[in-house]
Design a protein around this ligand. Structure first.
Ligand code: C2E
Length: 615
């Protein structure tokens, strides 16, 4: 309601009053005022100097629940509204009568006895007689309840997780800040528990996102029921929840909460006819012992949660000084990784792939190395996940692909012919949207034939057997490159998707070959994987061959290729070129096995410094 409309209303009333005076029999003017008060959609009221209602509009009668506007006559706000609202209104009106000044745009909230809430936006003005004396007040109030409720809904959405209704990260930060401020004043501790579900991805993958979502809602409800009302529970997204215990009074309090949470989520969930058993990993950080601000505490509890996951899940870990060191190292690594590629610190090393029967080199695997200026070579297992976190893996992956293709072409020019090069593809590269186009472009730029390139996809990356995964694989196959499934056997869903994926090769994870001579069960598993591959028409590569016994085993089981320190570690391009140039396949299909298998350290050394051992 604008000031202008309030003033014009006042004018109408004054004119009516004036004309009524001039001609008291003028029924038309009276009818005009009645019509006005009966039909205006806003709450309009006139009050005397004691703040008693003289007249109200029909809309206002409806608003306050009176069947007839006349019933309001003589009443005070305190007869109708809550004490807070009535008190405020009375104070406002006394001020208007005292100063003669209007009050514009006053927001008034009413909580009705049934719990309903309503809001009005009111303009209040002094009412004067023909001598200019203030005889009371009048107000025009617009009902803004719908607008306020919509605003509240929006605010709720901005601060809460849509699925579970729990506070989201923004609200959590705010509540955690408050808890820290309180604890600081009362010299108490606050605990932050990062709760992550174990095997949640599997639920989504196998039962679909609907079941996954319902599980998250169930988890939220169980957590809420497990915690005290004063504990803060939030969902950060995915399967990550955070609990803040705002007042840790005694040693052991936090352990009790963590144990209760783990036990609560350990109980199976019954959803859509499925019995789902998940576990939980919990990481804990404490204010003030571990950190003084919300961001640090959340970061530290996250690091502790990963530690709990590393222990196999279903447990909790506190943040420790060792974790702090690891986190610092991780942060330093991440800082250094920026620009490592342009500073020329990355290199690609090559490890030969060997035919188990002939000893011929059938290809090489390209493996990324980071030559850190201070720390020397850093393992890809350590820095590739960091590259992924930083979103740099796509560019670095393209660089590896191009470098490897160029290397094969360069060896060819020197007379070293390598049938194929295998390059690892990370999850980020795979799902980036244009992998096939970029592979095609790299092949075009480097001149390498597509059938000389193999892309290695790790089993965990391809676990998702969605249409999109299959589509990406098919587009790669369409170019003519081959696909292999790396670390085969380490995922848990191997069989379900093997049939669907257009892959050419399985790489048997080294963990299966490691124990074949000492553990008959390991040997049986390796054999089963080989049988599976053979039955599906896929060729197999044994990874991590370190002894002649392993080579012999693979040969006997019909595994076509192998790779391992027994033949060579991954070498820099020049060293690998030399190795390949002097490589001699075996003279017979059954090369003489040395008397004993060398221990791995010696084998590695021999291979790195010497030429091909198999000559
Ligand atoms: N114990 C043992 N290990 C052996 C033996 N023979 C080979 N290895 C190691 O096994 C790993 C084989 O590579 P992977 O399974 O693809 O596993 C790779 C791959 O998943 C990833 N990776 C390496 N380079 C790249 C890359 O350019 N892109 C992506 N996305 N991942 C890469 O990092 C992983 C580790 O690479 P590396 O440390 O180079 O480790 C290599 C190799 O050095 C052996 O006889 N015994």
């Amino acid at each position: 309601m604008t000031m202008v409309s309030s003033v014009s209303l006042l004018l109408v009333i004054r004119i009516i009053a004036l004309r009524s005076k001039q001609d008291s029999k003028n029924q038309i003017d009276h009818d005009l005022l009645e019509a006005f008060l009966n039909h205006i959609p806003d709450n309009v009221f006139f009050k005397d100097r004691d703040s008693r209602f003289v007249r109200i509009s029909r809309a206002m009668a409806d608003y306050i629940g009176l069947p007839d506007p006349k019933l309001a006559e003589g009443k005070l706000d305190s007869d109708i509204f809550s004490p807070e609202h009535a008190g405020q209104a009375l104070a406002d009106e006394r001020e208007i009568i005292r100063t003669g000044q209007p009050q514009i745009g006053v927001e008034e909230k009413e909580t009705w006895p049934d719990g309903r809430e309503s809001w009005v936006l009111t303009n209040k003005l002094p009412l004067t007689d023909h001598c200019g004396q203030i005889i009371g007040t009048m107000g025009i109030a617009r009902n803004i309840t719908d607008w306020k409720l919509a605003e509240q809904r929006l605010q709720h959405m901005a601060l809460h997780d849509a699925l579970t209704g729990l506070p989201n990260r923004v609200l959590l930060q705010d509540r955690l800040l408050q808890a820290i401020a309180l604890a600081r004043r009362s010299k108490n501790s606050v605990a932050v528990l990062m709760v992550d579900l174990d095997r949640f991805k599997n639920v989504n993958d196998f039962f679909g996102h609907n079941v996954g979502d319902r599980l998250l809602v169930g988890v939220a409800a169980r957590l809420r029921a497990t915690l005290r009302e004063s504990d803060i529970l939030a969902r950060l997204g995915g399967d990550e929840f955070v609990i803040v215990v705002p007042l840790v009074l005694a040693d052991g309090d936090v352990e009790t909460v963590a144990n209760k949470v783990i036990a609560a989520l350990c109980e199976p969930f019954q959803l859509e006819g499925h019995t789902l058993q998940i576990g939980t990993s919990v990481g804990i950080s404490l204010f003030p012992a571990d950190g003084a601000d919300a961001t640090t505490l959340l970061q530290f509890s996250d690091a502790a949660m990963y530690e709990a996951k590393k222990k196999g899940g279903g447990t909790y870990c506190f943040f420790t000084s060792e974790l702090a060191n690891a986190l610092r190292r991780r942060q330093t690594l991440e800082k250094n990784l920026h620009g490592a590629c342009s500073r020329g610190e990355f290199a690609v090393h090559y490890q030969p792939l060997i035919s188990t029967s002939s000893g011929q080199v059938t290809g090489v695997e390209a493996l990324l190395r980071w030559n850190h200026p201070e720390e020397g070579l850093i393992s890809p297992i350590e820095f590739i996940p960091r590259l992924e976190d930083l979103g740099l893996m796509v560019d670095v992956g393209d660089w590896v692909l191009k470098t490897a293709c160029l290397q094969i072409m360069s060896w060819r020019k020197k007379g070293i012919t390598i049938p194929r090069v295998a390059v690892n593809v990370s999850a980020q590269q795979f799902y980036r949207g244009d992998l096939a186009r970029s592979v095609e472009q790299i092949l075009c730029e480097t001149g390498l034939r597509p059938d000389c390139l193999e892309l290695e996809l790790t089993e965990s990356l391809t676990l998702d057997d969605s249409a999109i995964t299959i589509e990406i694989m098919q587009s790669l196959k369409g170019i003519g490159v081959s696909l292999s499934l790396d670390d085969f056997g380490t995922g848990w869903s191997s069989l379900s998707y093997l049939r669907q994926f257009p892959i050419d090769r399985l790489k048997i994870d080294k963990s299966f070959l490691r124990d074949i001579s000492s553990d008959p069960a390991a040997a049986r598993i390796a054999r089963s994987i080989l049988d599976l591959g053979n039955n599906l028409g896929l060729s197999c590569i044994g990874e991590g061959v370190e002894t002649w016994v392993q080579r012999e085993y693979l040969y006997e089981q019909g595994c076509e290729e192998m790779q391992g320190f027994l033949f060579s570690r991954a070498l820099p391009p020049d060293d690998c070129g030399e190795l390949l140039r002097s490589w001699e396949p075996w003279k017979t299909e059954d090369p003489e096995i040395p008397e004993t298998s060398l221990p791995i350290e010696e084998v590695s050394l021999t291979r790195v410094v010497g030429p091909a051992i198999c000559s």
